[in-house]
Write a protein that binds this ligand. Structure first.
Ligand code: GCB
Length: 631
């Protein structure tokens, strides 16, 4: 049912966005279940048989969106345009007079996955529509097998055409989607055309103004994934606080009803069996065995798990742990835990990042948190990061805050914007709800309070709970402040808090605003809610190597280090504090940051873009090391 929800949202969005005459007919021989299914997450796709389409792709800019509409603005039937199966080179051989104004198969070539900004200097600031093309052969065509075309993420809107047919489209830059292309594929010389439009609008999620770089393009892997005709479409396997291992499995395909499903964890000699209902769903549970080793940052134990149903076997590596809140504490596996964390944007180390997150790039970033800072937690801001990262966090033992880009001034009164945010959040949760590392789903960041915003975020928070009742829901909030008896006085009173398990506040006193950094430690925090608080952001900017030990002026390392000392001293005095994620591990690209030190980079990293550690890094690292030693 949940997948069906996503399906409806995505299909509705697709239908609204596409004039009827531009919609190609489905291939006549397509069976009923084999329609294109925008929004299908296809969980654990990397554990299935498949073929990677990563590598060199052709690309062609289309700033006026000519591939979508003619010169009078009439929508084009793109299957006869750039999405068509016409081979210009072959057509020219047959008729030298043939007219053409684009020629994707001979356009320039760039690597996928990667944002296009790295393809050429001219594309560094390009935001708009880009056409991609790839020819490929496949060995996946077999009777009784379905083949999906899966995009781990493409930023922001994507339209897909295979062998001259329009396959489907997807909105949202950071979550996976796939299409059943079984009936469209051929063994040789497939022609895949993908249009990716990075344009943000006032109604998109996020909107046009953010504090990070828009990395447009095919930013994550593109793969062909093979499954049996009836296959495990979704599985949610977890340890509950009442000591049960529970598994919900959903099958898709012609034989999804009445199928025997077996979930097993061989290392625990555990096996759960049941039969699917008419919708292809089954819910199973058993008492967790005594010898279960619980996943935690100190002992990130993962178990091989398999889900068998008919001809399909889906495997995964899953950690079992519980997370809950008791009063003002966050409780992991029954014990209070303080989250020693930091925020992270999805940007690899180096002077010219292109959001190309390989396992090595992800490990390098997370190691700096886990080993360098003695952290146990990372806030993956401000959108869902790559699956590679959440799997790496599972493996390395880092707790994760996972977030959707409902950031700053979203169109809270637009129901279509809510639908987009809901489908993003659902795709993110379905993708990662077997990751033990993920403990918090966050629904927003620094959103201005209004009735429309409150009901938009309430809907998201409730849906997060409905999709996954085993994790905590939060949002990064703003607070007001006063001066009382000479000290800074902050009361947490956001009307959204009753919907949240954990309160989270971004606080920048001593950086933004008029407060003196010397006054920060004495800040008094009030909350009338019996809930834990995370300081989800605090930070100050400096360019690595800029020093001023005498005056400790702004934008120097000395100022940033002092800012950290004083803010951590403030944190020590908040009785209901349960975690910290200062802003931010690494300097990151942001077009709105253009002062002399910034030049296109937000410099609040405790390490530079190349990984050089600033003084504040050592302040935080010492603070966390002492805290870890006290446990
Ligand atoms: C914030 C935002 C973050 C910004 C940061 C800053 O509060 O959540 O996206 O980058 O402040 O540097 O100002």
């Amino acid at each position: 049912m949940r997948l069906a929800q996503i399906f409806v949202v995505a299909v509705t969005a697709a239908l609204l966005a596409t004039p009827a005459d531009a919609r190609p007919a489905r291939p006549a021989d397509a069976p009923a279940y084999s329609t294109t299914v925008p929004g299908t997450v296809l969980v654990n796709a990397d554990r299935r048989t498949g073929e990677s389409l990563s590598g060199p792709w052709h690309y062609s800019v289309d700033p006026y969106k000519d591939g979508m509409a003619d010169f009078h603005g009439k929508p084009l039937d793109v299957t006869h345009g750039r999405g068509s199966d016409v081979n210009v080179e072959a057509a020219m051989k047959a008729d030298p007079d043939v007219f053409f104004e684009y020629d994707l198969a001979r356009a320039p070539v760039g690597p996928v996955p990667s944002a296009w900004i790295a393809y050429s200097p001219e594309l560094r600031y390009y935001n708009g529509l880009m056409w991609y093309q790839k020819s490929f052969d496949t060995a996946l065509i077999k009777s009784g097998q379905r083949v999906f075309l899966r995009f781990a993420a493409a930023d922001y809107k994507t339209m897909v055409y295979l062998n001259g047919h329009r396959v489907g489209e997807h909105e949202g830059g950071f979550t996976p989607f796939s299409f059943d292309v079984t009936r469209l594929l051929r063994e040789k010389n497939n022609n895949l055309v993908v249009a990716v439009d990075s344009t943000r609008t006032p109604d998109s999620v996020p909107t046009q103004v953010t504090d990070w770089e828009t990395y447009g393009g095919l930013i994550r892997d593109v793969t062909l994934v093979a499954t049996p005709e009836t296959y495990v479409d979704d599985d949610f396997i977890r340890l509950t606080t009442d000591g049960l291992i529970k598994a919900d499995v959903a099958l898709d395909g012609p034989a999804k009803a009445g199928q025997v499903v077996e979930v097993s964890v061989p290392a625990l000699k555990l096996s759960l069996k049941g039969t699917t209902d008419a919708d292809g769903h089954v819910s199973l549970s058993t008492r967790a065995p005594k010898d279960l080793k619980r996943w935690s940052p100190d002992t990130p134990t993962l178990y091989e798990v398999s889900v068998k149903a008919g001809a399909d076997v889906l495997t995964d590596r899953i950690g079992f742990r519980t997370i809950e809140v008791k009063g003002t504490q966050i409780i992991l596996n029954g014990e209070p835990i303080f989250l020693r964390g930091i925020c992270l944007h999805e940007e690899e180390f180096g002077p010219n990042p292109s959001r190309r997150i390989t396992p090595e790039a992800s490990r390098a970033l997370l190691s700096e948190i886990k080993t360098g800072l003695h952290g146990n937690y990372v806030r993956l801001s401000h959108y869902p990061h790559s699956e590679i990262t959440t799997r790496m966090a599972d493996e390395m033992g880092l707790l994760v805050w996972s977030e959707v880009p409902v950031y700053w001034a979203v169109k809270f009164d637009n129901p279509d914007t809510l639908k987009v945010a809901q489908s993003m959040m659902a795709e993110n949760i379905l993708r990662d709800r077997n990751r033990a590392s993920v403990i918090i789903w966050s629904v927003a960041n620094e959103t201005p309070i209004s009735d429309a915003r409150n009901s938009f975020l309430t809907a998201l928070a409730r849906e997060a709970k409905a999709l996954d009742g085993t994790r905590l829901v939060s949002a990064a909030l703003l607070t007001g402040k006063k001066t009382v008896d000479g000290h800074i006085d902050i009361t947490i009173d956001d009307p959204l808090i009753p919907e949240l398990d954990v309160m989270a506040v971004n606080t920048y006193n001593g950086w933004y605003g008029n407060d003196k950094i010397a006054d920060v430690p004495a800040t008094v925090w009030h909350s009338s809610f019996n809930k834990p608080l995370i300081l989800s952001e605090f930070g100050a900017e400096t360019l690595y190597g800029v020093r001023d030990p005498v005056r400790e002026a702004r934008f120097t390392e000395d100022y940033q280090a002092k800012y950290y000392k004083n803010t951590l001293a403030m944190a020590d005095r908040i009785p209901f504090l349960a975690g910290l994620s200062p802003w931010i591990l690494k300097d990151f690209r942001s077009p709105r940051r253009q002062n002399i030190w910034q030049q296109g980079w937000n410099r609040k990293g405790v390490v530079s873009e190349n990984g050089e550690r600033k003084m504040a890094f050592f302040v935080l690292s010492d603070y966390y090391a002492k805290m870890a030693a006290k446990k």
